[in-house]
Design a protein around this ligand. Structure first.
Ligand code: SF4
Length: 324
């Protein structure tokens, strides 16, 4: 069995923007532009970038919530994009998602017990009602909730408890891969650590694989084995955690890292900070050459003319920069 669980190959997702005189598209948003990476069994890959970099669209394409413009999404070697609907339905059970905002992703009119029982019923995993109720209790216990939580409604729980329900719901279909889409961004800092610890504990207990989407590098530092940094629909850098945090090769990664505070005040005061110029450009009209060049502190004339390839700089460490 290959150790690669998921391979995203040359993924492209463009959104046509309408409004032309005859109703046709007038422009294209290049949300994801030729993105390739792998996720191995049992590891956590962090997918990081500012808002609009394409990380969430990439996650939605993997989940088949968006139809990619081109490329392949290989799950255990099977391309999800070309799979017939019935086979996709069966396989999709093994890929689940935990959303950023558990409040809006949980049906307010259903009890927690009903929410957790639903995927077991819909996917015909446990058709019998009593056995389903037992499984709901098991799921609650797995995420550190009590059996009486089954009778409560989402609004009767705290934010952290609701996210635990979101995790339990993802576990219901016994997935291999979970896309964690900014699962702690909406929570208080004290609760964030509890949820991250729970995800790690579940990973080692159940052999789960995570793609962990986040907008800054501080959140994924603790949990990721490898990190993919995206900027304006493209991959800027991919490396294992130690290499990425200790010797980043892309100026964008270095700028993101310099924004992450260091707990030691002496070290924090002594290090250099890179402040990025301007805003992320619109993906409707991305810059020529290297898409990062208008904000890059070390850009050269060729950066605005030539697109840098994502190439291997060190073993297992790739960067898309002419000067890396
Ligand atoms: Fe900066 Fe040029 Fe490297 Fe792009 S290719 S990151 S603009 S130095």
């Amino acid at each position: 069995m290959s150790d690669v669980l998921l391979e995203v190959r040359n993924l492209v997702k463009h959104f046509p923007v309408g409004g032309g005189m005859f109703g046709g598209p007038v422009a294209t948003v290049r949300a994801v532009d030729d993105v390739s990476f792998t996720v191995r069994r049992g590891e956590t890959v962090g997918l990081v970038g500012e808002s609009g970099c394409g990380k969430t669209t990439t996650g939605r394409c993997i989940l088949q919530l968006e139809r990619p413009t081109s490329g392949q999404i290989l799950f255990e070697g099977t391309d999800l994009i070309t799979l017939p609907a019935e086979e996709l339905r069966v396989l999709r059970r093994r890929i689940q998602v935990i959303f950023q905002d558990p409040f809006s992703s949980l049906n307010p009119r259903m009890t927690i017990g009903q929410i957790l029982a639903e995927p077991l019923k819909v996917h015909r995993i446990i058709p019998e009602k009593t056995a389903r109720a037992e499984k709901v209790q098991e799921l609650l216990a797995q995420v550190g909730l009590l059996s009486q939580h089954a009778d409560r409604y989402p609004h009767q729980l705290s934010g952290g408890q609701r996210q635990r329900v979101g995790i339990a719901r993802a576990l219901a279909t016994e997935p291999s891969l979970i896309i964690c889409d900014e699962p702690v961004s909406a929570l208080d800092v004290s609760i964030q650590a509890q949820i991250i610890n729970l995800l790690e504990e579940l990973q080692s207990r159940l052999g789960l694989t995570y793609l962990f989407i986040a907008h800054d590098l501080s959140v994924v530092r603790h949990i990721s084995d490898r990190v993919v940094v995206m900027y304006l629909g493209k991959i800027a850098e991919v490396a294992d955690r130690t290499a990425l945090y200790e010797s980043p090769v892309h100026p964008y990664t270095r700028a993101l890292l310099s924004a992450v505070p260091i707990p030691d005040p002496k070290l924090e005061a002594s290090r250099e900070h890179t402040v990025l110029r301007g805003e992320v450009p619109s993906p409707l009209n991305p810059p020529s050459g290297c898409v990062f060049h208008p904000r890059c502190p070390i850009a050269e004339p060729r950066c605005s003319a030539e697109i840098p390839l994502l190439r291997e700089i060190h073993p297992e460490h790739r960067g898309a920069c002419h000067l890396a």
